[in-house]
Design a protein around this ligand. Sequence first.
Ligand code: GLY
Length: 353
Amino acid sequence: MRIKPWMYLCFVIHFTTSLHAEGLFPFVINTWSFTNATEKAWTILYEEGGSALDAVEKGCTVCEELQCDGSVGFGGSPDENGETTLDAMIMDGKTHDVGAVGSLRRVKSAISVARKVMEHTTHTLLVGDQATKFALMMGFQEENLTTSASAELYDKWVKGSCQPNYWKNVMPDPETSCGPYHPVDIKGNEVSCSIKDEGENSYIWNHDTIGMIAIDSKGHIAGGTSTNGASHKVPGRVGDSPIPGSGAYVDKFVGGAAATGDGDVMMRFMPALLTVEGMRSGLTPHKAAEKALWQIVSYYPDFMGAIVATSINGKYGAACHGLDKFPYAVANPELQSVTVMSVPCISVGKYFT
Ligand code: GLY
């Protein structure tokens, strides 16, 4: 018998509904122990019967308002000019639609602006001043994102000769001096340096992102991220968080994943996509996340980062590298309330011995 397109469609519908029938949802998972965000998402999903998209947007918004760990929302990670800029993304598993903002200036509600990009344009990512202009058109308020804490952090950095910073192959020597910098001929081996090779432990705390995946009671999945990026970044820098497949990714047939950590490295590997594809090939969420991290670590053994993942039926896991362990928050009907889990991190030594 020849397989007709409608038969294939019936199979997909049957396959996905039977997965959903077995699923443990509503469900929410997010990076770190940002439990206020998880609580908000869980209330929307469980008590209000709301959508996965609303849960992700409102959950991440809580973190933006509370300035989770100083690395989400306003008043954190000032760039080389002392300005806080925001990256965020939201992805709808039902439609595979994405909205994102990068280096958003002077507007606090980054993930909500990202949602407007998704719902009111056919674009995926808007950046910088033009993203701000778009946000104002959508009714958001223009505000200064600097706080006394971020101004103090910035002053301290300038007084400390702008250390650490993200420059390499420039003059004056970026390891001892502030800019402005000029490029040097790298073929001449004059200068080559990178602060990330210097074992700056604090750097993981520089890259905390809320990454959240939610599945609502209808079995629809959504994912999102929000961050203020990396402290002392070069102005204009956009990290991994607003990049679909890197910061987060969802697939309505498979599941979703979200990442946190050194975004400049992670966005070279698309770890959220890799994790979802790992699950598609039959790996558990934990193993799929681990496999994605190994790909990064094989190039960057000092890399610090973590991934949370869920299958479309609510089986979840996480993996990390560069820390001892990584906390993440979960809620589902079995746990009943928001629960902080912890996963021990993989290490290069373990892999190569
Ligand atoms: N993962 C956040 C960032 O590096 O921008």
